[in-house]
Ligand binder design. Structure first.
Ligand code: HEC
Length: 335
């Protein structure tokens, strides 16, 4: 199973949550309520129909029997094909430029190798399917062992000239509110990469079976530029902070959208086009074309990019500001 299709599965979770027609479960429940009501009436029951002849029917297969296991690594930050992720480095700034890279070692149903592609009509249906699949998966201790071995043996490598690589402990609190199937079939791990030099490099992941390569472009700014940008960001008049320092319960506010990881999908020019011309790379307009900010100088303009690329990693924001927030909800938009 390719990573893209894994991504689709996860994206599906959120797509489904957007449209929720009445689920089979809800329909069944309504039918039960209705039949319970009519039972209370004193209507004579019709005589039972003669039993049809017994046919030797195959028992319905469980989700786990239908779809084989795929063990996989799912990076939360993956650039589009043939594109890098963009980050920044400001030597001498009070905080080092860094990113926290979250990835999952996951066991998921391999839908392509299954009998047919499943159809989910609601989030509930999907959750029930996944819970059933994951519960059966976890009953086999060998499955869990394999997952843990993969998590232990998976190696990320970087060029030490560009990146310093540190392990990050993911607090169990962040995972507390995850659905059961995630607890059973996924291991959430993270690494902190601190940028040491500007240029082009890559993060490579390898365990023999699964290879991932994430190209990075790290641009360099001066501390003077970054300071100008930071000042402009919260300058008081028509500043960015008036909208961008607000934080919603699930991290979908413009605030989190300013983390270096989130903005790593844009080049510097694309970022400036968003800020100055209200225009996304797709050509879509942001805020109906009312996101057009002007800058006093070229340095201040570069500085705003430096400032945005130099803010704390998304992961740290979640831990700091929301503590026990559901990690998956917070990473909505990443996977
Ligand atoms: C009037 C409120 C407002 C002000 C002021 C404002 N922004 Fe925004 N900005 C928004 C909104 C709304 C979005 C869209 C966020 C979304 O899609 O959820 C946005 C999006 C962005 C994005 C793109 C994030 C993304 O990928 O969607 C960037 C970058 C950005 N703003 C930077 C700035 C900067 C820098 C300033 C100050 C010069 C600024 N903004 C001032 C409201 C504002």
């Amino acid at each position: 199973m390719t990573l893209a299709s894994v991504g689709l599965v996860f994206l599906g979770i959120f797509f489904l949550s957007a449209c929720q027609p009445q689920t089979v479960v809800e329909q069944k429940r309504d039918e039960q309520i209705l039949s319970a009501k009519s039972g209370a009436d004193v209507v004579p029951q019709p005589a039972p129909l003669p039993m049809p002849p017994v046919v030797n029917k195959e028992p319905e297969k469980t989700p786990y029997q239908k779809y084989p296991v795929a063990y996989t690594i799912v990076p939360t930050l993956l650039p589009p094909p043939d594109a890098p992720l963009y980050f920044g480095l400001t030597p001498g700034s009070p905080k080092p430029s860094q990113m926290v890279f979250v990835y999952l070692v996951a066991a998921i149903p391999n839908f392509q190798a299954g009998e047919e592609l499943p159809e989910f009509r609601s989030q509930d249906e999907f959750d029930q399917f996944m819970d059933s699949w994951a519960t059966e998966f976890a009953k086999d201790a060998a499955n869990l062992k394999k997952l843990d071995e993969l998590a232990k043996n998976y190696r990320w490598t970087t060029d030490p000239a560009f990146l310093e690589d540190q392990e990050v402990i993911v607090s169990p609190k962040l995972l507390e509110s995850e659905p059961n199937y995630i607890k059973l079939t996924q291991r959430t791990l993270a690494r902190r990469f601190i940028f040491k030099a500007s240029g082009t490099t890559a993060i490579k992941g390898k365990n023999g079976a699964e290879d991932v390569e994430i190209p990075l472009v790290i641009s360099e700014y001066t501390e003077a530029q970054r300071a100008l940008g930071a000042a402009r960001y919260s300058s008081g008049q028509n500043d960015c902070v008036s909208c961008h320092n607000k934080m919603g319960p699930f991290g979908e506010t413009p605030f989190l959208k300013h983390s270096p990881e989130y903005l790593s999908f844009y080049t510097d020019a694309e970022l400036l086009n968003i800020i100055k011309n209200s225009s996304y790379p797709s050509g879509d307009l942001l805020l109906n074309g009312n996101h057009k900010f002007v800058f006093a100088s070229q340095d201040e303009e570069q500085g705003i990019v430096a400032h945005l690329r130099n803010t704390p990693p998304f992961f740290d924001l979640i831990v700091e500001l929301v503590g026990g927030l559901n990690l998956r909800a917070a990473f909505r938009g990443f996977w």
